[in-house]
Ligand binder design. Structure first.
Ligand SMILES: [Zn+2]
Length: 154
């Protein structure tokens, strides 16, 4: 496994084996089934369309396997964009796949945090297409407040 680029108060306590990884861009994924949450920690920005589509497809497969494993659960998805910059290239094909993912019945809510202004614009484009609630937060702390609220309502 490659070295973690992210800093997450919750995931920092977990050993490397608890994560799935898309190594090419150093993205890390883990699931907390006991509290119905999934953490996606992006690593390096993707600067080519083909790589970005592969990355989104990996994320889709990871999430859909989790949904299959816990068919009765809905999940809150933390998406950490902190290490990304504006060189991230998100082609329309990827936006389509993201909106497919976030329209899945088992996605309760998605919060993307730590993104630049440009990345947040992409998030809003996904939100327009997705059936789930997709929102933006400044940092993990703020994302976690959205999660606490979601948990109290579900
Ligand atoms: Zn985390």
């Amino acid at each position: 496994m490659t070295k973690r680029l992210f800093d997450c108060p919750k995931c920092n306590k977990l050993p490397d084996e608890s994560f799935a990884q898309f190594e090419y861009y150093n993205d890390w994924f883990t699931t907390y089934p006991e509290e119905n949450s999934i953490h996606i920690h992006f690593g390096d920005p993707t600067e080519d369309e083909e790589g970005n589509i592969q990355e989104v497809t990996f994320i889709k497969n990871y999430l859909f396997n989790i949904f299959k494993k816990y068919p009765q659960k809905k999940f809150f998805i933390f998406t950490d964009l902190t290490t990304m910059d504006n060189s991230e290239l998100v082609p329309s094909e990827s936006i389509k796949i993201y909106s497919e993912i976030f329209s899945h019945d088992q996605v309760g809510s998605v919060v993307m945090y730590g993104g630049t202004k440009d990345l947040n614009e992409i998030v809003f484009a996904i939100n327009d297409l997705a059936r789930s609630e997709v929102s933006v937060a400044k940092d993990y702390h703020e994302a976690n407040q959205v999660f606490q609220k979601w948990q109290s309502l579900n």
